[in-house]
Write a protein that binds this ligand. Sequence first.
Ligand code: 2NL
Length: 342
Amino acid sequence: MTVQDFTSTAQRLAEEGIARVGSAATAAELEALRTALLGRKSGRLTELMKQLPSLSPDARRDAGAAINQAKSALEQALEARKAALAGSGADRAAQDLTMPARRTWQGAKHPVTVVIEEITEIFKELGFTVATGPEAELEWYNFGALNFPPDHPAMDLHDTLYLSGGGLLRTHTSPVQVRTLQKYPPPVRILAPGNCYRRDVFDASHAPMFSQIEGLAIDERTSFVDLKATLTHFAQRFFGATRTRFRPSYFPFTEPSAEMDVSCVLCKGAGCPACKGSGWMEILGSGMVHPAVLESSGVDSERYTGWAFGMGPARVAMLRHGIPDIRLLYDSDIRFLEQFVR
Ligand code: 2NL
């Protein structure tokens, strides 16, 4: 072997060795590599060293220097890798695997959505189906079909948001019921939840956009008894064991009309600030569908009768949680809303 042979072999062993050391994954693997390359008995570099005496003294010095360089490069790589593996082991030992995971915020349903879903579930059990329709409506579906006289104040520009081209943003979900009656013959039992719009200033009790949920039942001989029984059952399911009372009211689309109160959900009827001391909370408006509304929806008012109701889920959520200002529900402030996550 020439000096050149010694030098190139030593360099090759160093290069290959350093690469294998770099990918060693455990301390045991590193130790095996150290033995294979630098082991005192049969390491590859040690073997090379043992052959140095075959060279002349000058050549031996040069070849020996090359072998020593390779050896120290390998030792350095072994030490560095050892430290790296020990370091990651130290990190692992420092981790406290019993530490609780950081809580992630996954989002939750808005309290108004929860109310809508709970109401919907109760009426679904009674055979009602959910119906939806457009929020941009025609004036006829929003007012005309519902027996509003042409000069009704709700139709005023100051109360309703009109669109260019003759449309408007619906002020209640009743147009959904009219559209459904035009499409499906009675018997009909539907629930119409959705967003509605009025030209209101956003204050503690009014929002320009709000949700409404209306119900409608049309059948032969359905009566005010069915209205009272169904709505009382609903109040008991939704608010728990509670008393209800019906007070006469007026809506253009129902006759007779009635408002339903439930005994205050907070004080159970004893009287508190939430119910202004009365023990009662107004929950919804209702009534027997006006024959004129049946007829304009294409329903024979001699054969069929119907009853309907409407309520505001935001108002119900406010009563349930004692929220004093409707704007709190629509500000989208997570810090406020997350207290209602169940
Ligand atoms: C309220 C009162 C009400 C209705 C809505 C209705 C719909 C049709 C026909 C007849 Cl298509 N009536 N809906 C009836 C009575 C009251 O809502 O105070 N809502 C917040």
